[in-house]
Design a binder for this molecule. Structure first.
Ligand SMILES: *Cc1c(COP(=O)(O)O)cnc(C)c1O
Length: 355
């Protein structure tokens, strides 16, 4: 621990690791032995500790529950064949958490707490990082408002918490997506560019309607004209048209994905043409019509690449080329997997070794 705040470590009396096959657990339901907590009060981070993963008693008046002052991050740690554990671009997550904190009138988390806490936690729970090829330890850092008071105002107390769960074989089925032209995810001046809890709650109903129609996800469009595509579910959206990789440009309605940035970096490195700009759904369907749309996919930490094999728009379904033919996204997926597993040169210094 560097800086001014020491982390108190209370190791669990009994590890639960022997009860689990970390390479083969359902995602997001099995949590590792420990968690990290930092508490904020009186204008500063006061106390930081690691304790066994546990439930804590909480007032029903806790402000995060009522007014949504809650933000989160999602990131992963990987284990290579030597048993070394590394994080993928973790500083980006720290920076983004703090961007979310500012927008939601919450305190930023300094590096000594975010990275310091994360490193200590991973050292204790290294055995929970899956070893199989596609495995990782999913890491969920989050901040919640903890004032016990009803009344709409920024809380004066907060908790920053990190919990982790093994993610074994994560196979994402190719998806059919419905272009959503009624509901929207994000609006100019809003909070779409940050990972605020409410963004996800509000997306569930339109997603449910799409699922009832036989799609797995929606493609969100801009809230003003509903003509321009923005994201797919909770992933950034990309297309390959001809020899060009297309993705919507960043702005306050689009989450600045770390996977998105990594995919664009690889594409540029491979000499591919990349365009970040407004993309209308008409442009995509025209490219589909003339055969130049060869790939469409979502990208994010959970799946890395989620292949889109069908797009529904105004009552019609458009079928996209088979996943096996998608040279670019398959190569990206493989490259990121190899870099994360320490099997390919980490040219862009994305991996940070923990132990
Ligand atoms: C988290 C998230 C992404 C993907 O970000 P990554 O850093 O790549 O995981 C994309 N869109 C939304 C809305 C998100 O919440």
């Amino acid at each position: 621990m560097t800086g001014t705040l020491d982390i108190t470590i209370n190791k669990t009396a009994k590890s639960r690791i022997s009860e689990q096959d970390v390479n083969n657990v359902p995602f997001g339901k099995c949590f590792s032995d420990h968690m990290f907590v930092a508490e904020y009060a009186d204008g500063k981070w006061q106390k930081a500790y690691i304790t066994s993963y546990q439930d804590v008693p909480m007032s029903y008046a806790t402000s995060a529950l009522h007014y949504g002052q809650a933000i989160f991050e999602g990131m992963k740690a990987y284990k290579n064949d030597k048993g070394e554990v590394s994080l993928f671009r973790p500083m980006e997550n720290q920076n983004r958490l703090n961007k979310s904190a500012i927008r939601m009138a919450m305190p930023e988390v300094p590096e000594e707490i975010f990275m310091g806490g994360l490193f200590e936690l991973l050292k204790l729970d290294a055995a929970w990082v899956p070893t199989i090829e596609s495995g990782s330890l999913y890491i969920r850092p989050f901040i919640i408002a903890t004032d016990e008071a009803i009344g709409v105002k920024a809380s004066e107390t907060y908790k920053f918490i990190i919990i982790t769960c093994p993610a074994g074989k994560y196979y994402s089925e190719p998806i059919k997506v419905l272009v959503e032209t009624n509901y929207f995810r994000a609006v100019h001046g809003g909070v779409g560019y940050v990972k605020a809890a409410g963004n996800y709650g509000r997306s569930l109903y339109p997603t449910k309607l799409a699922q009832q129609k036989g799609y797995q996800q929606v493609i969100w469009t801009d809230s003003v004209t509903h003509q321009y595509v923005e994201e797919s579910g909770t992933m950034n959206l990309m297309f390959v048209v001809g020899d060009t990789l297309l993705t919507p440009e960043l702005g306050d309605t689009i989450l600045s994905g770390i996977t998105r940035d990594s995919v664009l970096t690889l594409a540029r490195d491979w000499g591919m043409k990349v365009e970040e700009r407004k993309i209308s759904i008409r442009e995509i369907l025209t490219a589909h019509g003339n055969g130049t749309l060869t790939e469409a996919f979502g990208c994010g930490t959970a799946a890395t690449i989620a292949q889109i094999i069908g797009i529904g728009f105004e009552g019609k379904d458009y079928t996209l080329p088979p996943v096996a033919e998608r040279k670019f996204s398959n190569k990206v997926d493989e490259t990121l997997r190899l870099i994360r597993k320490g099997k390919m040169e980490d040219k862009f210094h994305w991996m940070l070794k923990v132990l």
